[in-house]
Design a protein around this ligand. Sequence first.
Ligand code: BDR
Ligand code: CA
Length: 317
Amino acid sequence: SKKLLLDVDCGVDDAQAIMLAVAAPGTKIMGITCVHGNTTVENVCKNTLRVLQACNKLEVPVFKGAAKPILGNNINAGHFHGEDGLGDAPDPDAPGLDLLQKEDAVSAMIRIVNENPGEISLVATAPLTNLALAVRMDPSLPSKLRALYVMGGNTESRGNTTVCGEFNFTADPEAAYIVLNDYDCPTYLACWEFTCYSKLSWEFCDAWLSQDSAKARFMSRIFHHSRAISQSEGFEQVFISGGGLVSCDSYAMAAAVDDSFVVESDRYPVSVELTGTHTRGMMVVDTVGFLKKAHKAFIIRKVDMEKFEQMMMAALK
Ligand code: BDR
Ligand code: CA
């Protein structure tokens, strides 16, 4: 079976992605490492345990990672995901943080990859701080991965957090830079604009959430807040023309669980802007070859949407 290691900042779409992976046949989640991002790293740990509880999967080990980016301060996405990162819809019987592993996320990442050389697909749906710290501690780490899947960055300098910056890259541009430049393994990027173009309809969303299952009821509760924002006129006009469900992190996860999910991709060297007046955190795509970089990432352009609907449906069954 496929071995996945997930790195999350468990907001609502991370939750959707985790649930997709749990439901995917033939995959084993070796661990989930948590990092600051949509909310504090403590909330991210709590949210991840709640999602696993909703899936009856609390045996998956969860590790706490970096609380802050490499440089500067946290930004968060509480306005969108809810202050607690999961729609401010608490569970009375939520698992306690005593269920966290004692080992830190970066050590766990290095250990798990080294114990399974060539086998781990690392799926990062969050600011890349843990991944950057891990490669500094163990420079051989990328060469031991099967592949890396990242939700983050952008291809048309269209931001969702700053003028030109996507959230995960903008929340830690230095970490994104380190990862895009030092992870020389097969790298698949689900960038912001691609996820918007690959939206699901609200009709699908209704059918998805109205499945008669505990998982669907859990998702309905945590999704209430950000769905309302996503369906507000302002949001649809600015981000998603025509509106629809954009579960950003689920695209990176689906690519990791099913090799035939990605139908079209571009291969270019990529990097991240660190200093611009308006562009810090923006992904840079080197279509001409100026960066003189041998390593090229797969920039996902088109995916099998029928498969995506099936995987999403199965996630809440
Ligand atoms: C990314 O930012 C976060 O808010 C989401 O969870 C996703 O990982 C989208 O830009
Ligand atoms: Ca995320």
